[in-house]
Design a protein around this ligand. Structure first.
Ligand SMILES: [Zn+2]
Length: 260
């Protein structure tokens, strides 16, 4: 695809909740995600809530308004709602396969369940565990199942496992993110580049190619968007995958509007 090669490679932020990113003057290509977060069941431990959320998600998928489903997943620190979390996760796996959208996963002590469900469903769609901070053994287990790993905030803390394990993640299975942190995606790239001993430019190229290959979002429309942005601004453009904040609703196009 020669158009891609001739453009400025963007930073990819594979998972953020920061509406602030949309208010800067920097060239930004904003892509929406929606998923039923495991934490949401803390406030709404009812099956009706799950059903209602699944309907909302399915409507968005039908209208092709989101590029990925997420985040969903498992959080063992919220033990009481684990059965609902599992049910929601599995339903979202089915939707991801049916609508051919990648899954972005929240994982707190849930690696075993994630591996088991991946084995059970044999998904064709890409799974990306965000906020990854596991050891080399976990990296190997997940890579073996072709699950991608996204890292962010943990890179700035010397005692985290990811500081040692990041080098064991193949570049075509790695993404970077800002999630809820105050770091800019440029700084996350800089920090990862230091730890990996590679240049930021090289990382940008790698992650952009992985993005096109594995997130599979209509690459050509993305390129068109970025070319338009580039004309307005010479700064390096960014592609952000926005995930909803709890209590927000996207279906009115306002991510700050509280409905729960
Ligand atoms: Zn998140």
């Amino acid at each position: 695809m020669p158009q891609i090669l001739s453009m400025v490679t963007p930073f990819i932020d594979i998972h953020t909740h920061h509406p602030i990113a949309t208010t800067t003057l920097e060239p930004v290509c904003l892509l929406q995600c929606y998923g039923i977060h495991p934490w949401w069941f803390e406030k709404h431990p009812e099956t009706e809530f799950l059903e209602q959320q699944l309907q909302l998600l399915e409507a968005m998928l039908n209208e092709n308004r989101i590029v990925a489903i997420g985040e969903t997943g498992i959080d063992h620190l919220h033990k009481d709602t684990l059965p609902l979390q599992m049910k929601a996760f599995e339903q979202q796996i089915l939707l991801s396969e049916h609508f051919r959208k990648p899954l972005i996963l929240h994982n707190v002590k849930g690696t075993q369940e994630i591996l088991e469900l991946h084995q059970k469903h044999h998904p064709k769609q890409t799974w990306i565990i965000h906020g990854f901070n596991g050891n080399i053994h976990e990296v190997q287990q997940l890579i073996q199942r072709d699950i991608l790993l996204s890292v962010g905030e943990s890179l700035f803390h010397e005692n985290r496992k990811i500081i040692n394990s990041i080098k064991s993640i193949p570049l075509d299975h790695l993404f970077l993110e800002t999630d809820m942190s105050d770091h800019r995606i440029e700084d996350v790239y800089q920090r990862a580049a230091e730890l990996l001993g590679l240049s930021v430019e090289r990382l940008k190229d790698h992650f952009f190619i992985t993005f096109i290959r594995r997130v599979g979002f209509g690459a050509l429309s993305l390129v068109e968007d970025l070319s338009a942005l580039e004309m307005r601004n010479t700064a390096s453009p960014k592609v952000l995958l926005m995930a909803p904040v709890f209590g927000s609703r996207m279906d009115r196009g306002n991510s700050n509007e509280s409905v729960f």
